[in-house]
Design a protein around this ligand. Sequence first.
Ligand code: DP6
Length: 350
Amino acid sequence: MGKTTNNMDGELGWSCPSNIAIIKYWGKKPVQIPMNPSLSMTLHKARTFTRLGFSFNPQHKRDGLHFRFEGKEAPAFEQRINQFLKVVEPHIPVLAHTSLEIESRNSFPHSSGIASSASAMGALAMCLVQMEEAIAGPVNRTSLYQKASFIARLGSGSASRSIYPRFAIWGRSDSIEGSSDEFAIPYSGFHPDFMNTRDAILIVESGQKKVSSSQGHALMDSNPFSSVRFNQAFENLAILKSSLADGDWDSFISLMEEEALTLHAMMMTGRPGYLLMQPGTLSILQKIREFRKETRYRLGFTLDAGANVHLLYADEDAGPVEQFISSDLKDFCEKREVINDRMGEGPAKL
Ligand code: DP6
C-alpha cells in the first residue's frame, strides 16, 4: 500500500456487454437500492469499449474530466460521468487525486434503442477498479469483480449485473445465497440446455426513449400496484431458480413473458401512465406466441423499457427460429433491423 505515495500514470481499457433482464428491476430507493431482486442474461455482442488514461498525484486534486464518445466531445455524457465520479469517490479514495481521460464507443448504433447505460457504466466501473488496483495495490479477483459491480450499480442499477458472465442476480433474496442489494453476483445454477441462449433484438423503434428509466423507476413510488409487483418479483425469482436448474424452458418462458408484460403494465398504470409499446411490438408478441404453439420450439419474448422486443430462444432451435424471424417478424422492425446476440462471457480486458 506504500505505492499510494508515488505519482503514477497509466492507461487501461475494458469492454463490457449489455444485459437483458428476465426478472425485472423496476422501482428503487436511495441510493440505487432495488425494491426487488432481478436476474439477467449477459449479452455478447452489444457492448461498450472504454479506454481510461489516468494520472495519479497525491499532492494534487483531480482536474476536470476529458471524455470523448465515438471520437467526439460529448458534453451530456461527460456531465453524467462527472456526477458519477463524485458519487464513487468515497469508495475509490485515489480518485480524489487522479485526473482522467476517457474514450468510449459502443458496438451497436447509439440510436438503435438498445439501453447503453448498463454496458457503459459496467465498462467504466471495470476500468476504475483496475486503476485503483494499479495505484493502491492488488486485490483478489472475486473482490475486484464484486467491487466493480458495486461501483457500476451506483452509475446504473442494471449495470451491476453486466460484470458477470451468463446469468447474474442483483438484489437480496432469501432464495439466493450470497445475494445483495449492493452488488450483483454471478449465477451458475442453470441446466446446460440454457447454455448459449440466443437473443434476437427486434428493433421496432430506434432513437431516444420518451420516458427515461429514471422517471419510470420514480413513478413506481406512487403506483397503486407497486407492492404487489415487488412481491411478485421475489416469488418469480424463487420459481425461476427451479426452472433454470431443471432445464424447464416452458416455465422459463412463461415467467419471462409475465415479467415483461408486468413491467409494461406498471408503466401503463402509473400516475401518470404511459405506453412504450408500439403496434409493431404487439404484433411481434402475438406472432411469437402463435409460432410457439404451432411448433413447440423453445422461444419467448421479453421487453426493456422501450418498444423493442428481445426474442430469447434455445441454441439448438436456432435454425427454424431464425427463419421465422426473417419471414414473419422483420416486417414489423424499423428498416427490418434485427441484432442477433446471445449469452456472453462478461467484461473483457482491452
Ligand atoms: C427495464 O438500470 O436503466 O431495463 O438504475 O436508473 O440507471 P437506473 O435504471 P436502469 O433500469 C433498468 C430497467 C429495466 C429492467 C432491468 O434491466 O432489470
